[in-house]
Structure formats: structure tokens, C-alpha cells
Design a protein around this ligand. Structure first.
Ligand code: DX5
Ligand code: ZN
Length: 229
């Protein structure tokens, strides 16, 4: 997985048909998705449960490109190898989910996966200041994690601060929560390069009628590119 800062749209399969993940992943990729975002929830760190490494492994053969796994789980460390073996290209852990995020990021990189760190809306940018050399992606949550379809929380200042902190380092800024054609330009202008979108991508379509996925992705991308530098 090579680094570049071109704008990427990463549909979250949290908004897909759970009985049809393989076909849903193939459909969004065919319709223009850059990455596929996979939300893992444990009912403990967040108030919702989705699925674990076995499901990620089952999905993997249906994704040609990047499988971006967002772990909303605590504990994290005991499960890192399982998600790496499942074929995750990026594994993102929350800074709030462990007292030892530094160790967690080292452990993710040791598997060969890219290491991401996610920040809840209440967590400051400065919490990753000493992690930049261990991090390939910073995920700025623009909702409190746990559910799709929530209202966007403006994190413009945090994104700008992180963008300045990162400088020339090869670190993605990913935005997760409430991204749609209205909010995409706000976060792109602030410095984000990976936009996760669940409900705004999957609305109106299905595996039997995937064209709306393509239209939704194009609309989000066009809106974001209007402000992207
Ligand atoms: C929230 C998840 C998000 C969510 C985004 O806990 O991490 O990835 O699926 O969904 P939308 O785009 O519907 O806000
Ligand atoms: Zn997510």
C-alpha cells in the first residue's frame, strides 16, 4: 500500500446489507470507491456490536483494494494479529480504548499493516503529538462512534491542527461520521484526504441496483474536490 494524498472515498459497510457483505464490497468498488471501511464494534467501547475478524476474513476476497478496519473495541491488543491475518491493510485503534496506544500502534505495524489512530470528538489533536512517527493514519471522528447515520459534528479546528502537526509526514487524515456532499467540502478544505461515508453512499441503492452508489460517491467526491488543495 503506497502513500499519496489524493482524495479517497471509503464507504463504510456499516450501512450495507449485512447478509450480503461480499457483493456489497464488490459493488461499491465497481462504483468508484477507493477504500472499503469496515467498522468493528464490541458493545463495550461503543454501545453497539457488529462483527469480528472472521467476518473481515470472509469479506477480504471480495475487496480488490484497501480494506480499512476501524476497531471500536477495548481491549485492542489481544485482537490485532487476528485482524491482520484477516487481511486488513489498515488497522485503526482508538486513543481512548487503551492506556498504551503507543504500544498498540507498534504492535499493528509489527504485523505489516498500516497503523491508524482514531480520536473521538471530545479528544484533542494533541493526544497524538507523540505518536506521529508510529502512525500512518489519523481518524478524526465527526460523530460519537457506535452508529451510522448520525449528525455531523464540526471538527474543523482539530483537522487543521492535525494537518499542521503532520507537515510532510506520510500520514492520512481520515474523517468518519456524517460525511455527505454538504459536509465533505468542510473537512476536505480543513485538510482531510480520506472520507468515510456510510449512509450517504449506500442510500438509494442495492447490490441489484448499484448505480446509486456510484452517483453518491461521485457527488461526495465532486463536493470535496471543489475545496481540496
Ligand atoms: C461510526 C462509524 C462510521 C459510520 C459512518 O461509529 O465508525 O464509520 O459507519 O456512518 P455515516 O456515514 O452514516 O455517518
Ligand atoms: Zn468507522
Amino acid at each position: 500500500m503506497t502513500f499519496d494524498r489524493t482524495l479517497k472515498i471509503a464507504p463504510s459497510i456499516l450501512a450495507a446489507d449485512f447478509a450480503n457483505f461480499g457483493a456489497e464490497c464488490a459493488a461499491v468498488e465497481a462504483q468508484g470507491a477507493d477504500w472499503v471501511h469496515v467498522d468493528v464494534m464490541d458493545g463495550h467501547f461503543v454501545p453497539n456490536i457488529t462483527f469480528g475478524p472472521a467476518t473481515c476474513a470472509a469479506i477480504r476476497p471480495h475487496i480488490k483494494g484497501v480494506m480499512d478496519v476501524h476497531l471500536m473495541i477495548a481491549l485492542v491488543d489481544p485482537y490485532i494479529d487476528a485482524f491482520a491475518h484477516a487481511g486488513a491493510d489498515v488497522i485503526t485503534a482508538h486513543v481512548e480504548a487503551t492506556p498504551h496506544i503507543h504500544r498498540t500502534l507498534q504492535a499493528i505495524r509489527a504485523t505489516g499493516a498500516k497503523a491508524g489512530v482514531a480520536l473521538n470528538p471530545g479528544t484533542p489533536a494533541e493526544s497524538v503529538a507523540h505518536l506521529l512517527d508510529l502512525t500512518d493514519l489519523i481518524c478524526v471522528m465527526t460523530v460519537n462512534p457506535g452508529f451510522g447515520g448520525q449528525k455531523f459534528i464540526d471538527m474543523t479546528n482539530k483537522i487543521q491542527t492535525l494537518r499542521a502537526m503532520i507537515g510532510d509526514r506520510p500520514i492520512h487524515i481520515e474523517i468518519d461520521g456524517g460525511v455527505d456532499p454538504k459536509t465533505a467540502p468542510v473537512v476536505a478544505q480543513a485538510g482531510a484526504d480520506v472520507l468515510v461515508a456510510g449512509s450517504a453512499v449506500f442510500k438509494g441503492g442495492s447490490v441489484d441496483n448499484p448505480a446509486p452508489y456510484g452517483e453518491n460517491i461521485r457527488n461526495i467526491r465532486a463536493a470535496a474536490l471543489g475545496t481540496y488543495t
